[in-house]
Design a protein around this ligand. Structure first.
Ligand SMILES: Cc1cc2nc3c(=O)[nH]c(=O)nc-3n(C[C@H](O)[C@H](O)[C@H](O)COP(=O)(O)O)c2cc1C
Length: 315
């Protein structure tokens, strides 16, 4: 280890220079390899400059210098790849601060941009029905809607629209309109009052807890006209399917940005009331409501096991 090498140098030579052990490394965003530190002793692997002024007096907010990696990269200039030079002596390096080992250079899992493969990111999305404290930044929502609009759609259309309810008033208005419509339906069905109250409360527990609600819409503009109901119906289904694809993209993009979501049927059952509450023109069809928020503490339960032969038929 770097510590042992440093201690050995101290015993033999009576001085203990800082030691950096290096290896060559590819970089995620750049071609070519450079030397990085895989061990270090006697110097801080990271130098945290946050809170100190830059050359114009502005306070640095994010700068943490990977000092050990800088030393490692410099050593690569003289060590080379095949020169059998075992070590390089770096002179004149100025640093302050306590020794910090090279493992400090390895990102924590939650900061690791490449930890999750696209497939893992897809399968780890879950419907989350309760949320942690805090809101959802506008940029996160915009990014998710951009991703939603990359879904496939029939006839080269973009048949989607998203009402994003960020203000408490807008969310309250929609929830009240949906509750009134649902209550009227249930009363018409003859459902007892206690059951109605329980069902409304259970549904509102999810939508009422989310700091943002998104109502996705689809319209059938651009659908080809057919005289028979079968083809006319299939044409309509194409647009609805495209709405589902867009919503799945939306959920995945929220998940990829670290946010939780639940797609709730809700507005599907009260089209007119939803259009009125959100000021949306005739012709748009609401596809439910997506509740969005920060993930709560803890991991979601594991997904039920899948028997592939039940869902896939290879011919
Ligand atoms: C169109 C649609 C409507 C849904 N409506 C509700 C709902 O009203 N309430 C609810 O709790 N979950 C709702 N869900 C979420 C499903 O219950 C959820 O996707 C399912 O339990 C699988 O869980 P997962 O998404 O974590 O894999 C809905 C999902 C879809 C696709």
């Amino acid at each position: 280890s770097a510590e042992r090498i440093r201690a050995g140098l101290g015993e033999r030579l009576g001085l203990a220079p800082a030691v950096v052990i290096t290896d060559t490394f590819g970089r995620a965003w750049r071609s070519g390899v450079v030397n990085v530190a895989i061990g270090c002793a006697g110097l801080p692997a990271l130098v945290d400059l946050r809170g100190t002024p830059d050359d114009r007096g502005r306070i640095l907010e994010a700068t943490v210098v990977a000092l050990a990696d800088e030393v490692a990269a410099a050593s690569g200039l003289v060590i080379g790849k095949a020169s059998r030079t075992p070590a390089a002596l770096v002179r004149g390096l100025a640093f302050r601060g306590p020794s910090l080992p090279a493992r400090a250079l390895v990102r924590a899992p939650e900061d690791d941009l490449f930890r999750s493969s696209p497939l893992e990111a897809i399968s780890s999305r879950r419907t989350i029905r309760s949320f942690g404290p805090g809101g959802v930044p506008r940029e996160v929502l915009e990014e998710a809607i951009r991703a939603a609009c990359t879904a496939p759609a029939p006839h080269h259309t973009r048949p989607w629209m998203f009402s994003v309810l960020e203000s408490p008033g807008a969310r309250r208005g929609l929830r009240a309109a949906m509750a009134a419509a649902w209550r009227a339906d249930l009363e018409r069905d003859g459902v007892p009052e206690a059951v109605i109250a329980r069902r409304l409360a259970r549904s509102d527990a999810v939508l009422g807890a989310a700091p943002v609600l998104i109502v996705p819409w689809v319209r059938f503009e651009g659908a080809h006209p057919y005289p028979d109901p079968e083809r006319a119906g299939a044409e309509r289904e194409m647009f609805l399917l495209s709405g589902g694809a867009a919503i799945q993209n939306l959920l995945l993009a929220l998940h990829a940005q670290g946010f939780a979501s639940a797609w709730i049927s809700s507005t599907l059952f009260c089209q007119e009331e939803t259009r009125a509450a959100l000021g949306v023109e005739e012709g748009w069809r609401a596809l439910g409501t997506v509740a969005v928020g920060r993930p709560p503490e803890g991991e979601p339960p594991p997904r039920p096991a899948l028997a592939l032969e039940e869902v896939a038929r290879f011919l």
